[in-house]
Design a protein around this ligand. Structure first.
Ligand SMILES: O=C(O)C(=O)C[C@]1(C(=O)O)C=C[C@@H](O)C=C1
Length: 179
């Protein structure tokens, strides 16, 4: 229900335009859709029919939305990188050189940290909470088999799809950045 008198969150009437207008043309949603249904779901589902179609459709929709939002944040990341070093990016943009752009915007050490953080978060927040503590077990660290989703699957999701697609978004945005 909408409460017009409730003004906890004031409306933002002015949002600064950070991105170049071509940003609205950049989308990898088709690739995200294919990745989600063809590659990701088979990693943590089993064949069968539990009949929960409405709930599943709603959850798939929510997952697709957050994955898409995370990946398209790449437009902002690319803009920051361009503003920081236009002298590095401009020649490659003018030459439409995708490989050089990809090399310029790739930071392998950051990617390794992202993967490790995702795995740790999944292990921490995705564990099934049990009352009885196992005395031998290190405190607050769940075994992978005790987690709702295997933390390694989530790190793989970032390694193989989320970060590569984020970088595709960055490249596609940068290619049009000087239009
Ligand atoms: O942090 C950055 O510089 C990004 O471009 C984001 C990101 C990611 O998707 O997490 C993508 C590419 C980089 O190689 C590292 C990380």
């Amino acid at each position: 229900m909408f409460h017009s008198s409730l003004k906890i969150f004031p409306r933002i009437s002015f949002l600064p335009k950070v991105l170049h207008p071509v940003a609205s043309l950049v989308s990898v949603n088709d690739a995200i859709w294919k990745m989600y249904f063809n590659e990701l779901l088979p990693l943590f589902t089993v064949d069968g029919d539990d009949g929960n179609y409405a709930e599943m459709a709603a959850l798939d929709f929510a997952c697709l939305q957050v994955i898409s939002r995370r990946i398209h944040i790449g437009k902002y990341v690319a803009e920051v990188k361009f503003i920081d070093a236009p002298q590095d990016y401009s020649p490659a943009i003018q030459a439409k050189d995708k490989d050089t752009l990809m090399n310029l915007l790739t930071f392998k050490a950051v990617e390794e940290k992202v993967k490790r953080r995702v795995e740790k978060k999944a292990r921490t927040f995705g564990q099934n909470v049990m009352l009885e503590d196992n005395a031998d077990k290190q405190e607050n660290v769940a075994e992978d088999s005790e987690c709702k989703v295997d933390p390694k699957v989530l790190s793989k999701l970032y390694d193989q799809w989320v970060m590569p697609l984020t970088k595709d978004v960055e490249v596609e945005y940068l290619l049009r950045r000087l239009d």
